[in-house]
Design a protein around this ligand. Structure first.
Ligand SMILES: Cc1cc2nc3c(=O)[nH]c(=O)nc-3n(C[C@H](O)[C@H](O)[C@H](O)COP(=O)(O)O)c2cc1C
Length: 153
C-alpha cells in the first residue's frame, strides 16, 4: 500500500509576518556590576526599548539578574545578542522562549524590582514553567507597589 501524501500545511506565515511575531524570553545571568551600573542598564533600557517595541522586567537579587523580554522576535534576538556580550553580566542562561499572543508587561519599557532570596527562587521557578502563580505573584508585586521606578513610559 502506498502512503498517502502529507496534507499541504496551511499557513499564512511569511518571513515578514514571522519576524513581527511576538515572543517572550526569560534568562538569568550573573550580575557583574554595582548599583550605578544597574541604574545605567535601566536607563538605557527605558531609552531604547520603546522604539524597538520591547517591554519586560529586570529582577535582581544577590548577584543575579533575571530578565523577561517581550517583543517582536527580531528585536528580542538583537537585544539578547547585545546583552550576552555586555560585560556587566556573565553566565547568561536562556531559560525560556515562547511565542505569545499578548504581553504581560505591556506597560513597562523595563520595570525593575529587587526581591529577597525566596521570592527570587519562586519567580525563577514560576517564570521558567509559566505556572499560574507567576502571573499572580507578579501582579502582587505590582499591586503592592514593590516595583521600583514605575511607569517608564
Ligand atoms: C542584565 C542586562 C539587561 C539589559 N537590558 C537591556 C534592555 O532591556 N534594553 C536595552 O536597550 N539594553 C539593555 N541592556 C544594555 C545592553 O547590553 C547595551 O549596553 C545597550 O542596549 C546599549 O545601548 P546604549 O548605547 O543606548 O546604552 C542590558 C544589559 C544588561 C547587562
Amino acid at each position: 500500500m502506498q502512503a498517502s501524501p502529507a496534507p499541504a500545511a496551511h499557513t499564512n506565515a511569511t518571513p515578514d509576518s514571522i519576524s513581527r511575531a511576538l515572543i517572550r524570553v526569560v534568562y538569568r545571568s550573573r550580575c557583574l556590576t554595582d548599583d550605578d551600573g544597574e541604574r545605567a542598564i535601566l536607563e538605557s533600557s527605558r531609552r531604547n526599548n520603546p522604539e524597538h517595541g520591547i517591554t519586560g522586567v529586570l529582577v535582581s537579587h544577590g548577584g543575579w539578574f533575571m530578565q523577561v523580554l517581550e517583543g517582536p522576535v527580531l528585536q528580542v534576538n538583537n537585544l539578547m545578542a547585545k546583552i550576552r556580550n555586555d560585560s556587566r553580566n556573565g553566565e547568561f542562561l536562556l531559560l525560556r522562549a515562547n511565542a505569545i499572543m499578548e504581553r504581560d508587561f505591556g506597560q513597562w519599557a523595563m520595570a525593575s524590582t529587587q526581591v529577597d532570596a525566596e521570592q527570587f527562587m519562586q519567580l525563577l521557578d514560576a517564570l521558567m514553567y509559566d505556572s499560574k502563580p507567576s502571573a499572580q505573584m507578579l501582579q502582587d508585586f505590582v499591586m503592592e507597589g514593590r516595583w521600583r521606578d514605575l511607569p517608564a513610559r
